[in-house]
Ligand binder design. Structure first.
Ligand code: OAD
Length: 251
């Protein structure tokens, strides 16, 4: 693995136009379970029953009880890990342009990343289903579920449920970043949910190097990505960050 870390560090150090695409795997070391695989959320609950917008419209109380409330309390305790901090450092060092994350946990921003596209929205905010007013999740009164806006409308997290569109501005900017980057770091995603999973293909087709960081292979491995670094995000990203720093000092 050391050889691959060295290779990735050299690839990142050689560009000012790297972009990261991240998924649930990057936040596992922060105590947030993934969606798929061992211990994954979708092993315990059916996403079409709790994470589809039609399910929310049909029975918001059930979705709040089975999904949102639990996720909010896990996210409230989570802290950024070495991988979030490593990507923030690569941005500071002038190599990483932006992070496109499928996560709703806000940990990239907490780690110091400045340019973060929250592709699937955020759990930090709630939005009224009627008047669209937004309020901070941390300020919610959860004595009554589902919580309601002052106008009486039901509140929902400001995230993308299955069956909803990606906010067009996020989609367009992400596609532009993918098409314009020289290196894409694909960290901790199973690359199975569209349209996020398309971004590495856009990058590859535009000539970028696609590097995966994931303990397991994904559908991108061996076809879309140039190479996979098979390890946990925290250890691998921190090692890349350290090596990029050394290479800068010696250049
Ligand atoms: P998944 O849960 O599908 O995939 C998590 C990935 O993280 C897997 O490929 C794991 O092998 C990998 N992984 C596990 N441990 C890791 C570690 N320590 N370091 C790095 N990687 C590790 O999560 P996503 O790909 O993010 O969408 O899922 C995509 C979307 O599906 C989510 O945004 C969510 C979900 O349904 C919506 O809710 C709309």
């Amino acid at each position: 693995m050391q050889d691959l870390i060295e290779r990735a560090a050299r690839d990142v150090a050689a560009t000012r136009r790297a972009v990261a695409l991240t998924g649930a795997g990057i936040s596992i070391e922060s105590g947030i379970p993934p969606f798929r695989g061992p211990g994954g959320l979708w092993e315990k609950i059916d996403p079409m029953e709790v994470a589809h917008i039609d399910a929310f419209r049909r029975d918001p109380q059930k979705v709040w009880d089975l999904l949102i409330r639990g996720m909010q309390s896990v996210l409230a305790q989570a802290q950024p890990n070495l991988a979030h901090r490593g990507l923030a450092a690569l941005e500071d060092m002038g190599h990483l342009q932006a992070v496109i994350t499928q996560n709703v946990d806000g940990l990239h921003q907490q780690a110091g990343s400045r340019d973060v596209i929250e592709f699937h929205g955020s759990f930090a905010w709630q939005r009224c289903m009627v008047c669209e007013r937004r309020c901070r999740s941390a300020e919610l009164d959860l004595a009554v579920i589902p919580p309601r806006c002052d106008c009486g409308g039901i509140l929902r997290p400001d995230c993308v449920f299955f069956g909803e569109m990606i906010p067009p501005a996020h989609l367009v900017r992400s596609q532009q970043l993918a098409a314009g980057c020289q290196v894409m770091l694909v960290v901790g995603t199973s690359a199975t949910v569209q349209p996020a999973a398309m971004l590495p293909l856009i990058a590859r087709d535009a000539g970028a190097l696609v590097i995966e960081i994931n303990p397991e292979p994904t559908p991108l491995t061996g076809s879309v990505s140039d190479y996979l670094i098979p390890g946990p995000a925290g250890q691998v990203v921190a090692a890349i960050r350290d090596r990029v720093g050394e290479l800068k000092e010696t250049s």
